[in-house]
Write a protein that binds this ligand. Structure first.
Ligand code: GDD
Length: 353
C-alpha cells in the first residue's frame, strides 16, 4: 500500500485546525499537529470531532524556531498548514506585541526552517486574513490594496509578504489563503457569531437576561469553516503556488446576524434607538440586546465582502453552506449543549470581547 501523505498543522487545536485535521484524515493523510503546552482550550475541539486519538500531536511554539526546525525535520511533511496565530482582533489591540510575535515572527520562523532544511517537496499554506484589507472598499480580491486597521491585520500582512518574499526568493511552494470570516459551532465564544448564537439560546431558555454587543453596523462576509478548510487543501494541490481569496461574496451586518440567530432560537427581535442607545427587544418589549462601549474597537473594519472568483475558477472551490444553514447549525449546537447539561467547550479568552 502506498504510504499516506503527511500533513503538519500548526494551530491544530483551533476551529480551522480541527476541521482541517478531520478533512485530511478522511483523505487518508497522516496528520501531525503542533500543540502549545500552555494552551488553555487544550484539545477540546479535536475531542468534539472524535479525532484526537488519530492524530500525532507534538508540543511546540511558533516563537521557538529551533523547536519548529527539529519537528519539521522529524515529521518530513508533504504539506504544512500554518494556522497558528493570535486570531482575535480586539485582543490584538491589548497585546499587540504578542500578536506580532506569534503571527509575523512565527511565520518567519517557519519560513526560515524551510529554507534551512531545504526540503523542496514541502508545500506551505499560510492562513492570511481578510482583516489585511481593513478599510479598503468592498468587494475585496487578490489585487485590492491592503489597508489593515489593527495590530492583528498588520501582523497578518507582514506574514503574507514574508510568504510571498520567500516564495519568490527561494522557490518555495507557499500559498496565501486570504480567508474572509468563517464560523461554526467550534468557534470560540468571544467571536461575535458564537457569542450571539450562545446568548440567543440561553436567553430563550431563561438562563441569561440579555446580550451586550459592540458595533452592530459592521458588515462581514460569513461562511462555514468546513467549506474553507477544503479550499486550503485545494491550494496545495495546484502545480504552482499562488494567493487566493476565499469568501461567500455576501455581507451582512452584525445586527442582521443577531436578528436571524434569535429568530432561529424562537425570538423575534425588534430594533429601536440610535447610536449607543440602540437596543433589540422581543415581542413583549423585553430588552434583550444592548450596546456596550467597551466592545467597540479602537479602529473598526466596517465592511468586508470578498470576491473569490480566482479560487472559484482555478480551484473549482465554492462554499456549500448558506448563512441561514450556518446559523441553524450554530444555534442547534448551542441547544444541544443545554440539553447535555454540560458546560460549553471553547470558552471565552478575553474579557474585552
Ligand atoms: N468579538 C466581538 N464581540 N465582535 C463584535 C461584538 C462583540 O461583542 N459586537 C460587535 N462586533 C463586531 C466586531 O467589531 C467586528 O466588526 C465583527 O463584529 C466581527 O468580529 P469578530 O467575530 O471578533 O471577528 P473579526 O471580523 O474581527 O475577525 C475574524 O475574522 C477575520 C477574517 O476577516 C477573526 O476570525 C480573525 O482571526 C479573522 O482573520
Amino acid at each position: 500500500m502506498k504510504n499516506p501523505k503527511i500533513a503538519f498543522i500548526t494551530g491544530i487545536t483551533g476551529q480551522d485546525g480541527a476541521y482541517l485535521a478531520q478533512f485530511l484524515l478522511e483523505k487518508g493523510y497522516s496528520v501531525h499537529g503542533l500543540l502549545r503546552w500552555d494552551w488553555a482550550e487544550g484539545t477540546d475541539r479535536l475531542k468534539t470531532l472524535g479525532i484526537e486519538d488519530r492524530l500525532h500531536l507534538h508540543h511546540g511554539d511558533m516563537t521557538d524556531a529551533g523547536n519548529l526546525t527539529r519537528l519539521i525535520k522529524a515529521i518530513e511533511p508533504d504539506e504544512i498548514y500554518n494556522l497558528a496565530a493570535l486570531t482575535h482582533v480586539q485582543v490584538s489591540f491589548e497585546t499587540p506585541s504578542s500578536a506580532f510575535q506569534a503571527n509575523a515572527m512565527g511565520t518567519l520562523n517557519l519560513l526560515e526552517s524551510l529554507r534551512i532544511l531545504d526540503m523542496p517537496k514541502i508545500r506551505l499554506y499560510q492562513a492570511s486574513s481578510s482583516e489585511m484589507f481593513g478599510s479598503a472598499p468592498p468587494p475585496q480580491n487578490e489585487t485590492t490594496p491592503f489597508q489593515p486597521c489593527s495590530p492583528y491585520g498588520v501582523s497578518k500582512l507582514a506574514a503574507y509578504w514574508l510568504v510571498r518574499t520567500y516564495r519568490d526568493s527561494y522557490g518555495l511552494h507557499a500559498s496565501n489563503g486570504i480567508l474572509f470570516n468563517h464560523e461554526s459551532p467550534l468557534r470560540g465564544q468571544d467571536f461575535v457569531t458564537r457569542k450571539i448564537a450562545r446568548a440567543a439560546v440561553r436567553i430563550a431558555a431563561g438562563l441569561q437576561d440579555a446580550l451586550a454587543l459592540g458595533n452592530l453596523d459592521a458588515m462581514r462576509d460569513w461562511g462555514h469553516a468546513r467549506d474553507f478548510v477544503r479550499g486550503m487543501w485545494l491550494m496545495l494541490q495546484q502545480d504552482a503556488p499562488d494567493d487566493y481569496v476565499l469568501a461567500t461574496g455576501e455581507a451582512h451586518t452584525v445586527r442582521n446576524f443577531a436578528t436571524r440567530a434569535f429568530a432561529q432560537a424562537g425570538i423575534k427581535l425588534t430594533w429601536t434607538g440610535v447610536g449607543l442607545n440602540e437596543q433589540g427587544a422581543d415581542s413583549k418589549g423585553r430588552v434583550l440586546v444592548t450596546l456596550a462601549p467597551s466592545l467597540f474597537r479602537p479602529k473598526e473594519v466596517h465592511h468586508l465582502r470578498g470576491d473569490s472568483s480566482r479560487a472559484r475558477e482555478k480551484l473549482g472551490w465554492r462554499p456549500e453552506t448558506t448563512l441561514d444553514g450556518l446559523i441553524r447549525e450554530m444555534v442547534e449546537a448551542e441547544q444541544g449543549v443545554l440539553e447535555d447539561g454540560k458546560e460549553p467547550p471553547f470558552p471565552q479568552q478575553s474579557a474585552a470581547a
